[in-house]
Each structure stands twice: as structure tokens, then as C-alpha cells.
Ligand binder design. Sequence first.
Ligand SMILES: [Cu+2]
Length: 158
Amino acid sequence: MSAPVFYSYGQGLKELEKLHMKKLILLAALFACTGAYAKEVTVKEVSNDGKFYFLPSYLTIQPGDTVHFVNEQDNIHEVMFVSVPKGVNEMIMSPLQEKKGDTFSHTFTIPGTYQFHCHPHEALGMQGTLIVGKPSKKGETKHVDHHALEKQLEAKSH
Ligand SMILES: [Cu+2]
């Protein structure tokens, strides 16, 4: 005959703690997925001794995070996204940022690799890369023809 099994009070408590921990871990995972902790990140647009660059020029964020592009000096910058993941169906570009403090903000929800440049300083190499979540694999991004778009916008305004 086997004796009935009784859990001591201490053992029962431990089991309860374990369950509680499992719940907490699940909750944390859920928050991570739903972006409850969305972050805000700043990228500076710097003009320094004839050099023009984004600071940082390479950054990784999570889907749902917002990037603020902030003009650091009274100089003209314009952020244009020239390569984006294929799922992105909008043109991401700032208006002309002419004054110190001018800010362009965008929230990124689609994972992948984004490349951007400053339009007036394109030839001077003012460019950057943004990774949202995970980098895109080959063939998962598309080039945005902003020169064509610019012509379209010009045509509309005339
Ligand atoms: Cu610029």
C-alpha cells in the first residue's frame, strides 16, 4: 500500500512561485511583442567643418520605435529614404529642414533594412542605415526612386 502524498507547506509555496514566474515571463514576452516599450531615438543632422553627416549614421531600433531626425545647426537638410523593405508602401521623406532644431519624426513598424540620405548633401556622402528589428535578406528591399518622385511633386505644384 502506498502512502498518500502530501506536499509540505514549503513545497506548495515553491510550486506557486514557479507558476508565478512563468506568468511573469509570459507577460514580459507579450509586452515585447506588442511594443509596449516603444522607444524614441534621435539622429542628429550635423554640419561640421565642411563635413555633413548623420549621428549616428547606423542604428538599430525595434518595430514601433520612433526616430527623430534633428537639425543640429542652421543648415539645410532633407531626409529621404532611398531603400526600404518591400512591405513599405509609403514614401518616407522629411520636408526641408532649414533651421536648428527642425525635426522630422517617423515611426517604423515594418522590420528590415532602411537606407537614407540627406538630399542636398547626397553627393557629399551624408547617408545612413537604419535596421528595424532584423536586417533584410537579399531581395527583401526595394529601391525608392526619389528623383522620379521629386519630378512628380514638381509637376503637381505647377
Ligand atoms: Cu544635409
